[in-house]
Design a binder for this molecule. Structure first.
Ligand code: PNS
Length: 159
């Protein structure tokens, strides 16, 4: 059984995240893909972990191999507890690359048996971020090209 973890803050899930999930499923590199929703010590979230999990659960129900979970503590320890051999991360630009490369190398030193796989973003999602979705929605704009309608509707009730 090949198990992959796609970790992130997902505050909220965007079209960029959904695209990565869809493409990993199509690649056929894993039997189970666990979307691991977590706090990020560098960010203060708008949505609770449970709200984020519920939105992801609703929007990924068509993917048979996808599961959604809340994860705490060291990522590699969580991955080990799930018997995962892969960590998936999306890359939009050089800034992502620098940050992700650092995390991947640290995770590699902590758990050499777990590989980080980078998936390049689609061109249309290069400027998509959870922060932009929240800011545009808060200021009354339309972020419909950046996130699923269910996410935007939910955000409107929160903002
Ligand atoms: O969606 P994000 O905010 O870019 O996700 C970042 C996240 C949550 C994947 C990252 O902060 C993370 O992996 N945190 C886990 C903490 C950890 O294991 N740290 C050690 C390696 S630096």
């Amino acid at each position: 059984m090949r198990i992959a973890i796609y970790p992130g803050t997902f505050d909220p899930l965007t079209n960029g995240h959904l695209d990565i999930i869809e493409r990993v499923c199509k690649l056929g590199i894993s039997d189970r893909l666990i979307i691991a929703v977590r706090e990020n010590l560098r960010k203060s979230p708008l949505l609770s972990l449970v709200e984020r999990l519920a939105l992801i659960y609703k929007l990924t129900s068509d993917f048979d191999q996808v599961e959604v979970d809340i994860c705490t503590g060291l990522l590699v320890e969580y991955a080990r507890s799930k018997y995962a051999s892969m960590i998936i991360r999306g890359l939009r630009n050089g800034m992502d690359f620098n940050y992700e490369m650092e995390m991947a190398v640290i995770n590699q030193s902590l758990a050499p048996d777990i590989e980080t796989l980078f998936i390049p973003s689609k061109a249309e999602n290069i400027y998509v971020s959870s922060s932009a979705v929240k800011e545009i929605t808060k200021l009354g704009g339309s972020a419909g090209s950046m996130a699923p309608a269910a996410v935007i509707e939910y955000l409107k009730t929160k903002l």
